[in-house]
Design a protein around this ligand. Structure first.
Ligand code: HEM
Ligand code: HEM
Length: 185
């Protein structure tokens, strides 16, 4: 392994775990958002509806934990140099998108947690019920769910840009950007 042209291995594993978890949480969240509680119940029945809510919350809490570890592995270890160096435009755009992704992926689970707790619903992580930390407040819960949805669309846009950038470097520019995050080469 050429450690100097890759992020350290744990950081790469965290990148791909978070990527899978985020795609699943967006898919499950948007399904719940589009159908609503009643709609999901009509379509999927009681057991699957509960499973979908529990899975969505569990994925979200897991993302918060993984992002915490990831911020540590990002700050504590050397970031590889770009070879060849990125131009100024690529540097500004990629750094902005990366920072916004980090901020969004910490904010999103916190807002989801707060919206759920203030709505009087359980904050679930697998079969555990985590402390809600906030008292019931219907109006606040509704506002927070609106922000949870808006942030969801912001994440969809950021991820689209990010994946387009990754594919551009990998297939068109053919530089070492993809390799920095790759698990296998
Ligand atoms: C990065 C993590 C997360 C992502 C990407 C995410 C994404 C989403 C999205 C896109 C929606 C649909 C919003 C709508 O259209 O109304 C949603 C709904 C929801 N999310 Fe999350 N979420 C995350 C974390 C969490 C967490 C940690 C919780 C609670 C512990 C949570 C609880 C909920 C609930 C209860 C709904 C359903 C809201 C409704 O019925 O309208 N989410 N989520
Ligand atoms: C779907 C959710 C994804 C999220 C939230 C995400 C997030 C991030 C973030 C925040 C970084 C900055 C580097 C760091 O961790 O410090 C990064 C780097 C990277 N990501 Fe993703 N990513 C996702 C999916 C993908 C996909 C699908 C690909 C490939 C097609 C990809 C390819 C890369 C590459 C190549 C880098 C290294 C860029 C560099 O160091 O200049 N990512 N990702």
């Amino acid at each position: 392994m050429h450690e100097l042209d890759h992020y350290i291995y744990p950081h790469r594993v965290l990148h791909w775990l978070v990527a899978v978890a985020v795609l699943l949480s967006l898919a499950s969240g948007l399904t719940l958002g589009f159908l609503g509680y009643e709609g999901t119940l009509d379509l999927l029945g009681n057991a699957l509806t509960n499973l979908l809510y529990t899975s969505h919350k569990t994925l979200g809490v897991a993302i918060l934990l993984l992002m915490t570890l990831r911020i540590i592995t990002r700050l504590a270890f050397v970031v590889p140099d770009h070879e060849p160096p990125l131009n100024a435009f690529e540097r500004v755009v990629s750094t902005s998108v990366h920072h916004l992704l980090y901020a969004g992926l910490v904010a999103m689970p916190l807002v989801g947690w707060a919206a759920t707790a203030t709505g009087g619903f359980p904050v679930e992580f697998f079969h555990w019920h985590l402390p809600g930390l906030l008292g019931k407040n219907e109006a606040l819960s509704q506002t927070l769910f609106v922000w949870h949805e808006r942030l969801g669309w912001v994440l969809v846009a950021l991820i689209t840009l990010h994946v387009a950038g990754a594919l551009f470097h990998w297939r068109i520019k053919r530089d070492n950007v993809m390799k920095r995050m790759s698990l296998f080469d």
